[in-house]
Design a protein around this ligand. Structure first.
Ligand code: 5GP
Ligand code: 5GP
Length: 207
């Protein structure tokens, strides 16, 4: 079963903060990681936060199509759960890539290569450093993180958190929005806020 996949409004680049993901998925995180942002996926989205998935366009991912960029994918789009990221790429292609069949993201090579190139142009750690934000085990203001990212990227991001026993939400992902045709940076729609806490603070954990 697959969807036809209409033209979408936003290409949403989801980036994982490895220590945040692995704080709640400690049993699943079997690979080495440090204080690093890595790609989770590039997701077609409609403006109302709905999204197409599992579209009919070339659902079977062919290894050959990624030969030229496999080394870069292993570095920037690695699975935290599996030493061989291939299964993760298959999943992301099948669920999201098949629906991203327009402009610069159309097709298997373009989908992965365009996403890599967009990601490599984003010095996220520098944006945080410029705002005086560094990973630690004490809470920082959610809105300070959002503002630091917004300034660097020139567009409002979505922030996503997981929850740990310590109480404060743990920042696990930052999601960036692009115009799917021009790839211009745009504001994301408001997120369903998994990062909300009474104090307005979140953890940007250190590895
Ligand atoms: P979570 O519930 O962890 O935020 O998301 C679970 C999965 O749902 C994600 O891995 C992704 O495949 C999909 N998903 C979550 N939020 C979005 C979104 O805003 N847009 C799209 N296209 N997919 C999403
Ligand atoms: P999504 O949230 O995109 O629907 O699904 C992510 C899927 O990819 C899950 O089934 C998850 O088990 C698998 N996966 C493999 N490696 C990773 C990883 O490093 N991060 C995340 N979020 N999911 C991964």
């Amino acid at each position: 079963d697959c969807e036809r996949g209409k033209k979408f409004d936003i290409a949403l680049l989801s980036v994982q903060w490895a220590p945040g993901v692995c704080a709640s998925e400690s049993k699943r995180c079997t690979v080495q990681y440090g204080n690093e942002f890595i790609i989770h996926g590039m997701w077609p989205n409609y403006i109302d936060n709905r999204y197409p998935q599992n579209c009919c366009f070339e659902p079977f991912l062919h290894k050959d199509n990624l030969d030229l960029i496999t080394n870069e994918l292993r570095r920037y789009w690695k699975s935290l759960y599996d030493n061989d990221s291939w299964g993760f790429w298959i999943h992301e292609w099948k669920k999201h890539g098949t629906c991203a069949k327009f402009s610069a993201l159309k097709g298997q090579f373009n989908y992965f290569n365009t996403t890599l190139n967009l990601f490599k142009q984003m010095p996220i750690p520098n944006w945080l450093t410029a705002a005086g934000i560094k990973p630690s085990n004490t809470g920082i203001a959610l809105e300070a993180v959002r503002e630091a990212i917004r300034r660097g990227f020139h567009g409002r991001p979505q922030l996503a958190c997981t929850h740990s026993s310590s109480g404060l939400p743990v920042l696990s992902e930052i999601r960036f929005c692009f115009n799917p045709e021009s790839l211009a940076h745009v504001n994301c729609p408001a997120e369903t806020n998994s990062c909300k806490s009474k104090t307005g603070k979140v953890l940007l954990l250190s590895a």
